[in-house]
Write a protein that binds this ligand. Structure first.
Ligand SMILES: C[S@@+](CC[C@H](N)C(=O)[O-])C[C@H]1O[C@@H](n2cnc3c(N)ncnc32)[C@H](O)[C@@H]1O
Length: 187
């Protein structure tokens, strides 16, 4: 199983406008990453999980988990994913995972709380070891949104995981996860 763990600055307000996710703290980036992690064309990857840690107002943090081995009944479009995120933001209670859709659950766990539960952690960062030399395996891949991973969260993650780089260019988050999925698919 591979898990992609995203730090996002996007909103925790369920009343965001699904037709304008850009204005919701760049929830558009989250939605595109979810699509690239979870879908191979029309098929859901049953060996992948996508967890996003939302840290925007009004009441962060909120974590939403998409589990490919159970996921169903989602239209693989940006609006389809946004609709499920809305449901999750309405369903959240406390740090316990609550199911809000088939294969999707939500909790108030922080990024650091999520990292504590991980065994094998890789941090996607251009300053890391090149992905071809590092030979990464299935595990958890932490990455940031358009604004990256905040320094405090990055420092916490690096106490546990190693940096993996896709090269010297800074890529879109949705591109970076697609590349990692592809590299792991070659094994
Ligand atoms: C658009 S980038 C973030 C840019 C942000 N200004 C920064 O400095 O981190 C989104 C995420 O994609 C991942 N990423 C982008 N380029 C990468 C690269 N060359 N190697 C590894 N990860 C990369 C990182 O996790 C990054 O947080």
């Amino acid at each position: 199983m591979r898990t992609f763990l995203m730090y996002s600055h996007a909103t925790t307000n369920p009343n965001f406008d699904s037709s304008n996710t850009y204005e919701a703290g760049r929830l558009d980036v989250v939605v595109r990453c979810c699509l690239n992690v979870m879908w191979i064309s029309e098929h859901i990857r049953d060996n992948a999980q996508f967890i996003v840690s939302l840290n925007g107002g009004p009441k962060p943090p909120i974590a939403i988990k998409f589990d490919g081995s159970k996921l169903g009944n989602i239209i693989p479009s940006e609006q389809g994913i946004a609709h499920v995120i809305k449901k999750a933001l309405r369903a959240v209670r406390d740090e316990n995972w609550v199911s809000c859709h088939q294969g999707v659950s939500v909790s108030r766990k922080s990024l650091q709380g999520l990292i504590k539960e991980v065994d094998t952690l890789y941090v996607l960062d251009a300053r890391g070891m090149n992905i071809y030399k590092a030979v990464p395996r299935e595990g958890t891949y932490l990455f940031g949104d358009h604004a990256g991973i905040p320094a405090k969260e990055l420092a916490f993650a690096l106490r546990k995981g190693e940096r993996i780089s896709l090269g010297r260019h800074t890529y879109l988050a949705s591109f970076a996860v697609a590349v990692v999925n592809w590299v792991l698919d070659q094994k």
